[in-house]
Ligand binder design. Sequence first.
Ligand SMILES: [Zn+2]
Length: 310
Amino acid sequence: MLLQLTILVVGTLAVAVYVSRWLPPTSAPERSPRAANVPQQKPREPRPHSDSISPKKPPAVSTAEAESVQPPQEIPPSDNVETVPTPPPLRVTSKEVEVGSPSEKLVALTFDAGSSAQPVPAILQALAQHGVRSTFFLTGQWIERHPHAARQIAEAGHELGNHSWSHPPFTSLTDEQIREQLRRTEEIAQRVCGRSTKPLFRPPFGDRDERVRSIVAEEGYLTIYWTIDSWDSVKRDITPQEIIARVMRRMRPGAIVLMHCGSEATAQALPQLLQALEAQGYRAVTVSELLRSDGQAPQAASSLRASQGN
Ligand SMILES: [Zn+2]
């Protein structure tokens, strides 16, 4: 009995060892090694955000995914590929940017538009008073609902970016749906504002992954994430003072700041925020100017000159 049992156990083990040699190794979680290699972990901003009043719950975005620095081999071939930077803290890949070069005290204030347009005149006035041009990421539906505001933004000389057609989380869409979201918005921006949204794309809710970035890149867009979330769409009833304090505490050269066209608090915070930036020697510029200022701008960024025509 004991002998039979021993033979059974040994036999089972032998079979298990044999089989395991022919099986592929258990795949490790793709992101953890890469995330572990990221040299500078910084405290992450809370992911959830929407355009102030959007009721949709944003999908969870893995911190590891957001932190991961793409390996250089993923950069598509281009004639200036050798200039693509890899050193931290410049988080630039050919498909996504979340901060500009730290070499100059430049900052890009960006405004996402998907809900209200009411604060837009005050936002435009504050920017004009300080001679600042910014980047506005508009949804196609927002342009459709607020053509006058969209035109005002463009006519004031601000830069336009694509924020999708209807603000869905992009990782839940099919490839074709992603393309459709981008194309419809580009079409209405051209028709209403006489301007292209290329090559700047801001993912709704910041929700994106490698597939999204790749399709977006195929459509001619660079994904623009952010360095500092003003929280103007995250924290209910945030005050202008809280926005200013939050943004200025995190300010650093090359920062891309996420703000929203639908936020009254942002509109009220802007004059003082712009003053505070000036007092600290910062110059607020558009996203494309921020990327251009970096001599090592990636291909998609350097193509801004041609496509934005300024
Ligand atoms: Zn948005």
